[in-house]
Design a protein around this ligand. Structure first.
Ligand code: NAP
Length: 492
């Protein structure tokens, strides 16, 4: 196997490059039935391209391809795997502008957000190139002294990876890169709304020297039966899913039938707490980032913003000024800061949640009215005094709506933050470090941003507690999800 050494110059990546067919065993193909899934530009409803609609037969061909590639990839020396992963990072970085444009087109996010996503997504290859050569086992004398304990970490086997539309590149590379580092082969099923990025990346992996069958990509309009068929195959040993909690629960039940290892990155309902002693500018900047990255379409988005009484009015006024000033437009257009939502259904949900909060007594400070224009737009919106019983207190808004409520004491803030079945991310703003650490430890989430509005970092374990999921992606933990411990009791 040769690592590609082609120059890094960036050929233009067009939507059609993401629509060359299913990517199975290193080949591009269209299913015999010829069914297609249209990919729509959320800013105007135009069809950007069509991708294949795979059925169970194609899914099983992908599992066959992953199985055929597994022995060779598992036996590939870690250094070699590492170099191929590094090459994926380099190619993604060289093609960053084109990839960002493609993400922005099919997902609708502002180009600046898409650029941030490509950089983040590429980092998973660089980080895991470094992890691939650092996977070590253990060797110890058993406490009784009779034998030695050897623990080796082996690739878990064939992995099914399922990803959502809100980060079409990063949610895929956050799984593919550690799986490859661990020596696993994979079948990726990206979201139907944003498959072009996944296919464009598949072409890039091929160019980087990833052997045929190590990464297979398929799109389907029937994810339930297609996934069930793959999980029923005894060669599949891992399911790594990112998406909504209800679908995650259904997949856990499906995976249980064959006792398949599961990693689940599910929904969130992040609280953001601002204490009276916070640096107001830092808190506002953090809130804007935690709320408006990806126009609010992020699992880590601040869903509930709680501000202590002494700072509440100033915070609300200044946040409203910043939110009102954001430029709304199609993602790829210069100057856009807030793009369209992914679908009309997503806008309907946001509208319903805002109307519900207003009916229960919330005050509208800006936005709140769906614009009369083509595309799935919703304006940056600020609501004040959102009552605890508003539906948005327990449902993900997944849009550009900042919901503010007031609190008086630290205990009350912690109780409000924890009053949710979710436990993904939280944010805390205070100048008092002792308070910041104390509150961070009391909040029931997998991640806390302390005086920061962004927690995602390829070098850190990303993941949630409670109904937000199982397992971690990123950091040293990410690769461990794709490894199985093998213990050999050794008499020397
Ligand atoms: P979703 O509806 O659960 O879909 C996610 C993926 O699952 C898509 O590829 C989808 O395919 C597939 N899918 C749907 N039904 C399926 C089934 N029965 N069997 C197998 N696969 C199935 O979620 P989404 O609306 O795309 O994404 C938004 C959600 O993801 C939010 O809840 C968000 O919080 C969560 N999220 C979590 C994280 C995290 O790291 N914790 C990160 C990003 C997003 P189709 O597209 O073909 O329907």
């Amino acid at each position: 196997m040769n690592i590609a050494t082609a120059p890094l110059a960036a050929p233009h990546i067009a939507p059609a490059d993401g629509a060359r067919g299913l990517y199975i065993g290193g080949q591009w193909s269209w299913p015999e039935a010829g069914a297609r899934i249209p990919v729509v530009d959320p800013s105007n409803g135009a069809v950007l391209a069509e991708v294949p609609d795979a059925g169970v037969r194609e899914a099983m061909a992908a599992v066959d391809a992953a199985a055929a590639a597994a022995p060779g990839w598992r036996a590939t020396p870690p250094r070699r795997r590492s170099e191929i992963l590094r090459r994926c990072f380099e190619l993604m970085t060289a093609r960053a502008d084109d990839l960002a444009r493609l993400i922005s087109l099919e997902n609708g996010k502002a180009l600046r957000d898409a650029r941030g996503e490509v950089a983040y997504a590429a980092e998973f290859f660089r980080w895991n190139a470094e992890e691939a050569v650092r996977i070590s086992g253990d060797f110890a004398l058993s406490p009784a002294g009779g034998n030695h304990i050897i623990v080796d970490y082996e690739p878990i086997g064939i992995c099914v990876l399922i990803t959502p539309w809100n980060f079409p590149a990063a949610m895929a590379t956050r799984k593919i890169a550690p799986a490859m580092a661990a020596g696993c082969t994979v079948v990726l099923k990206p979201a139907s709304e944003t498959p072009l990025t996944a296919y464009a990346l598949a072409a890039l992996y091929e160019e980087a020297g990833v052997p045929p069958g190590v990464v297979n990509v398929l799109t389907t309009s029937t994810p339930g039966p297609v996934t069930a068929a793959m999980l029923a195959d005894p060669r599949v040993r891992k399911l790594s899913f990112t998406g909504s909690t209800p679908v995650g629960r259904a997949l856990l039940a499906e995976a249980a039938k064959n006792v398949i290892s599961c990693s689940m990155e599910l929904g969130g309902n992040a609280p953001l707490l601002v204490f009276d002693d916070a640096d107001l500018d830092v808190a506002l900047e953090g809130a804007m980032l935690a709320k408006m990255r990806n126009a609010g379409e992020a699992c880590t988005a601040a869903n509930r913003i709680y501000v202590q009484a002494g700072l509440y009015d100033r915070f609300a006024e200044e946040l409203t000024r910043r939110m009102s000033a954001l430029h709304v437009g199609p993602g790829p257009e210069a100057g856009t800061e807030c793009g369209p939502m992914i679908t009309a259904k997503a806008v309907d949900k946001i509208e319903r949640l805002v109307e519900d909060a207003l009916a229960r007594g919330a005050r509208l400070l800006c936005g709140g009215v769906r614009p009369q224009r083509p595309g799935h737009f919703y304006p940056p919106t600020v609501l004040a005094d959102v009552p605890a019983d508003a539906a948005m207190g327990c449902e993900e808004i997944f849009g550009p709506v900042a919901a503010l409520s007031r609190f008086a004491t630290e205990d009350e803030a912690v109780a409000l933050a924890n009053a949710t079945e979710y436990g993904l991310a939280a944010y805390v703003f205070t100048r008092d470090l002792a308070r910041g650490l104390r509150v961070s430890r009391r909040i029931e989430t997998g991640m806390v941003g302390l005086n920061r509005g962004l927690v995602s970092d390829p070098a850190a374990p990303f993941g949630g507690t409670k109904q937000s999921g199982l397992g971690r992606e990123g950091g040293h933990h990410g690769v461990m999800e794709f490894l199985e411990a093998k213990y050999i009791a050794t008499g020397l």
